[in-house]
Design a protein around this ligand. Structure first.
Ligand SMILES: Cc1ncc(COP(=O)(O)O)c(C=O)c1O
Length: 468
């Protein structure tokens, strides 16, 4: 009988990741906080990776991890899928360049694929990130409706710019009433203009949304929503349908931010699951097969506000037509051929045989396995998600929005995640789990075993388990 002793996960983690720590100290000298994106930081320091294969990451100290972060969900085929790697290399080698800087056929090919898969997409524009995609969708909505404000939901993330860096993770004491949340900035430097021009809505509460939207309708260009909040709290069908009906009646555009959910909850995104067609859709992550991309798709009539036909752009001299009548959208790297080659190869693999369904089945298997472990050790918890994304939430209570989530035991989850890191399971502490085609039975069993070991350590630390 093995004795399980109390081990501090942070100390354990530090003892296994000394080289990461040394490199991180260097990184801090040249990058604020030692990171290139704030989300990549966690205590005591982020683990620095140097190699990857399939479902696995390897850090600079030689530790191996089953990867559930998967570049925040982007790598749905896992690391280095040969078809994606080959498509990118083939594109560059056979076409003789990394980028044409002109229109090319892959842009159309991907647009046609998206139009076929996504009910809400009739025309497409590419960007270089999900952030840029939601930014463009919002500008399209302003241009099309001529109205000055947008509404977003409490707890929903749409990227890192002023208008949407509000009430993603607000302290409850500042967040106002549950049925009428107030805008709370999530970053220093947010221009107060955006507090005045962004209305915050409560997710999955149709009645409260109706009251707010009716009051603000003549000011609101769009409602932007993550149909599955943070990738794991689904909208109820009633809410989604009701929101569509309401926005239609009030003349407000509905933007689905499917940056996380595209090709992950279903090939046609959350809109194909709910049977609800938004006016505009923002895509990203999986779309680029592990390379930077975003896209906005939507109804032709709306997207045409960005068409330069017969109009001038901002760089033309002697402009006589009204510049303000055209929505200016540009980007040196928009529609990058190597990125689109990677994205198209990814879609080919997902659509091949039942590869997408295989990933969903693997996800279900993992969820059931983790739920069984947590239930066996009587830890109040649940897995919550859709398709190939889920999260482990430490409460048995029903979770429908940001405020419900605050009742979960976040410190228990954090502690569990640190134990898991020392047991070779990687996700950023508290982050959701994304799965890939590279996650097989071996990875799933390894993860369930690690979970059990981590839970035992937790219980030992709390004095509720002495021995195995
Ligand atoms: C729903 C959603 N929208 C927008 C973004 C921003 O995308 P990116 O990080 O590619 O800029 C993200 C990123 O996590 C996201 O999850």
């Amino acid at each position: 009988m093995a004795i399980v002793t109390h081990q501090d996960p942070l100390q354990l983690l530090k003892s296994r990741t000394q080289k990461s720590f040394e490199l991180f100290k260097e990184a801090q000298k040249v990058m604020p906080g030692g990171v290139t994106a704030n989300i990549k930081y966690f205590e005591p320091y982020p683990i620095i990776m140097e190699a990857a294969e399939g479902a696995r990451l390897k850090d600079v100290d030689g530790n191996e991890y089953v990867d559930y972060l998967l570049a925040y969900g982007a790598l749905i085929l896992g690391h280095g899928h040969h078809k994606v790697m080959n498509a990118v290399i083939r594109q560059m080698v056979t076409k003789g360049t990394t980028i044409y800087g002109t229109p090319h056929e892959l842009e159309m090919e991907m647009a046609k694929r998206l139009i076929k898969l996504y009910p809400g997409i009739e025309q497409v524009r590419y960007t270089n990130s999900g952030t840029e995609a939601t930014l463009l969708a919002i500008r399209v909505a302003h241009a099309y409706t001529g109205k000055p404000k947008i509404a977003k939901f409490e707890g929903h993330y749409h990227g890192g710019y002023d208008q949407v860096l509000l009430s993603i993770n607000p302290p409850l004491e500042q967040a106002g009433p549950a049925d009428r949340p107030v805008a709370v900035p999530d970053s220093a430097g947010v221009d107060p203009y955006y507090l005045e021009h962004t209305v915050i809505l409560p997710f999955n509460d149709l009645e409260a949304c109706a009251a707010i939207l009716k009051e603000q309708a003549d000011q609101l260009a769009a409602v932007v929503v993550e149909p599955v909040q943070a990738g794991f709290i689904p909208a109820t069908e009633t809410f989604m349908r009701g929101l569509r009906k309401l926005t239609e009646e009030l003349g407000i555009l509905l933007i689905f931010d499917e940056v996380k959910t595209c090709f992950r909850v279903a090939l046609g995104g959350a809109q194909s699951v709910y049977g609800v067609t938004p006016d505009l859709t923002a895509l990203g992550k999986v779309l680029g097969g592990g390379f930077p991309i975003g896209a906005v798709g939507g109804k032709k009539e709306i997207m045409e506000v960005a068409s330069p036909h017969g109009k001038k752009d901002v760089f033309e001299m002697n402009v006589t037509s009204k510049k303000k009548d055209v929505l200016f959208h540009s980007g040196t790297y928009n529609g990058h051929p190597s990125v689109l080659a990677a994205g198209l190869a990814t879609l080919d693999v997902l659509e091949d045989q039942d590869n997408f369904e295989t990933i969903v089945r693997t996800t279900e298997k993992l969820r059931r396995g983790l739920e069984n472990v947590l239930k066996y050790y009587q830890i109040p918890a649940q897995t919550l998600g859709m398709g190939s994304i889920f999260n482990v939430v430490m409460t048995a209570e029903k979770i429908t929005n940001y405020r419900d989530l605050q009742n979960a035991n976040l410190s228990l989850r954090r502690e569990l995640d640190y134990h898991l890191l020392t047991l070779g399971i990687y996700t950023k502490p508290l982050n959701r789990y994304s799965l890939s085609l590279a996650h097989g039975d071996r990875e799933i069993q390894q993860t369930i075993d690690a979970y059990e070991a981590a839970v035992k350590r937790l219980l030992v630390a709390r004095g509720s388990l002495v021995q195995d």
